[in-house]
Design a protein around this ligand. Structure first.
Ligand code: ADP
Length: 302
């Protein structure tokens, strides 16, 4: 079993389903309300665990009841939570309004995630014991940097999802092995809307890049390689693409950690992400390893 460490956010998603989102000052009656565990860090941790990795999560939850549920959700998924602190106050929350047309608006309140400002005792060992460290940008940059530096020091591959999009400090790029932006993040980072051009520009700063392109698949580029590799997404009937990117990152890190060649790892991650869009939800929709293998076997007619 390949070991993966994740340093990142845990959020409780509070989702209100409404016919039409309220305007300022307006009150509307909604149809439904759900609370679902999320946060990009926790999502990637669950994705990797379902994909068959032994995963440890570094981050923080609050002392509220959401904190208890967020920790329990990770444990249920088989994620180690020894590195998940409980800090006084509120857990991270995402307040999401989804209207009948599928449009959404989101308020994220970082809560406990804002208190993840660096590594705590034991974290360096957790990172050193892993094949890869998965990072995103929903916890303070200082912690992301400290994690990435520790990983680099111990020869652990760093995989960074640069979301939410923001300028990346050169010190972070210097210790990033694989950058996995979606096409919007790639454009925000480079000012280039063509994913191929954006990937090439990013290769000046990191050795490997995967730009995810939604239903159009993904583009992989590496320093020194002649041509970028295009990875088609399996055609599926998408129901909800929430956390597709997190599923992709978790499965990709797992496959690479197992030593699979890059093209095969990308195909496997694409299958995992495609399966995740077939069902509503974030963590709930992520496939387990056997489902990913079966999906690929079926597609290749084996
Ligand atoms: P994010 O969720 O971060 O915005 P993307 O939308 O690019 O990222 O999706 C990540 C990956 O998930 C894609 O590269 C693709 O493999 C898969 N994916 C996303 N949407 C679909 C879809 N409609 N059909 C099949 N695969 C999809």
């Amino acid at each position: 079993m390949t070991a993966i460490a994740v340093l990142g956010s845990t959020n409780m998603d509070l989702v209100a389903y409404v016919p039409k989102a309220p305007r300022l000052g307006e009150t509307v009656t909604g149809r439904d309300f759900r609370t679902v565990p999320g946060g990009k860090g926790a999502n990637q941790a669950v994705a990797a665990a379902r994909a068959g990795a032994s995963v440890t999560m570094i981050g923080a939850v609050g002392t509220d009841e959401f904190g208890t549920r967020l920790r329990a959700a990770l444990r249920t998924a088989g994620v180690g939570t020894e590195g998940l602190r409980t800090v006084e106050g509120a857990s991270g929350t995402a307040h999401i309004t989804v209207d009948d047309e599928g449009g959404n608006s989101i308020i994220v309140i970082p809560g406990a995630n804002a208190r993840v400002t660096g590594l705590e005792p034991g974290d360096e060992q957790r990172i050193a014991a892993a094949r890869a460290l998965l990072l995103q940008l929903e916890v303070p940059m200082d912690a992301v940097l400290a994690g990435a530096r520790a990983a680099r020091e111990h020869g652990v591959r760093t995989v960074l999802t640069p979301a939410p999009a923001q300028p990346l400090p050169p010190e972070l790029l210097a210790v990033t092995d694989l950058l996995v932006p979606n096409e919007h993040e790639a454009a925000a980072l480079t000012g280039l809307t063509d994913p191929r051009q954006a990937a090439e520009a990013l290769l000046q700063q990191v050795p490997e890049v995967v730009v995810t392109l939604g239903a159009a698949g993904a583009l992989y580029a590496a320093r020194g390689a002649r041509e970028p590799l295009t990875v088609p997404a399996p055609p599926v009937r998408a129901v909800d693409t929430t956390a597709a990117g997190d599923t992709f990152a978790g499965a990709l890190a797992t496959a690479l950690g197992e030593g699979r060649p890059v093209p095969q790892a990308l195909e496997w991650a694409s299958a995992a992400a495609a399966l995740s869009v077939l069902r509503p939800g974030a963590q709930d929709s992520m496939p387990v390893r056997a489902q990913i293998d079966a999906f690929l076997a079926e597609r290749s007619g084996a």
